[in-house]
Design a protein around this ligand. Structure first.
Ligand SMILES: C[S@@+](CC[C@H](N)C(=O)[O-])C[C@H]1O[C@@H](n2cnc3c(N)ncnc32)[C@H](O)[C@@H]1O
Length: 222
């Protein structure tokens, strides 16, 4: 087994029971740092398939993807105060960075995150902590969708991934990694490739998004 490459239409072709209308936002002009439009669309699709009670995001940045997920969050029976947990740094102390990650981290230290503009922003719980020091134990089995997009250096991605699998809920769920195949982060790609020898992981071609689905199979559903 290794990472299976699929086309965006194969993900978009998974049946779901939602109306076709979504809320979307223009990508930031500067580009880097957040998702491509197609990646945003695919993430909404994955969210519609999984219908998560709660979502965890490693790496809030400007809160753009947090806002997108919040604006399209499926209804849930969960009477939770917060449904999207998103983690980012309080400061840069003792954090090691690869490539241009340090610039993104510095850029948002005092940034008013965009999900705060949404009327349902109370459904977002912001955690300000170095993910290397993050304790997943209070959240074991809590999240059915987890998006890993914080520090892309190998030991951080490894730690965030291991924590994600501790926090992943049983039943239909999904772990998504961003920046697979990014030239700045070859170790991240090699790590996800290695994981792909042990579990089903799909790379969506034309994007830097890889995901591990549980309870659904984008290829089988075609
Ligand atoms: C690529 S951006 C996240 C983009 C965001 N997920 C989106 O889609 O808009 C990476 C973020 O990870 C944060 N970060 C970097 N190292 C971190 C660490 N050790 N712990 C927590 N967050 C970290 C940075 O501050 C930055 O905001």
């Amino acid at each position: 087994m290794s990472v299976t490459r699929i086309r965006p239409w194969q993900v978009l072709g998974i049946p779901d029971d939602f109306h076709d209308e979504i809320r979307f936002f223009m990508p930031q002009a500067q580009g880097a740092g957040s998702l491509l439009s197609i990646e945003s669309l695919l993430l909404i699709k994955v969210m519609r398939v999984v219908k998560p009670g709660k979502i965890f995001e490693f790496g809030t940045y400007k809160g753009l993807t947090t806002r997108l997920l919040l604006a399209n969050l499926p209804q849930s029976d969960a009477q939770a105060e917060a449904r999207i947990f998103t983690l980012d740094l309080p400061n840069l102390d003792e954090v090691r960075f690869q490539g241009t990650d340090v610039d993104l981290a510095r850029e948002v230290l005092d940034y008013r995150r965009r999900y705060l503009e949404e009327k349902d922003s109370h459904l977002v719980h912001q955690i300000l902590q170095d993910s290397m020091k993050f304790d997943p134990e209070p959240y074991v089995g809590n999240f059915s969708m987890i998006f890993i997009d914080a520090n892309h250096a190998l030991d951080y991605v490894k730690k965030d991934t291991e924590n994600s699998f501790r926090m992943l809920a049983s039943g239909m769920s999904c772990v998504v990694w961003h920046d697979y195949g990014h030239p700045e982060f070859p170790e991240l790609t090699a790590y996800v490739d290695e994981l792909g020898t042990k579990m089903k992981i799909f790379l969506i071609e034309g994007t830097k998004m890889a995901f591990h689905p549980r309870g659904f199979d984008p290829v089988a559903s075609l």
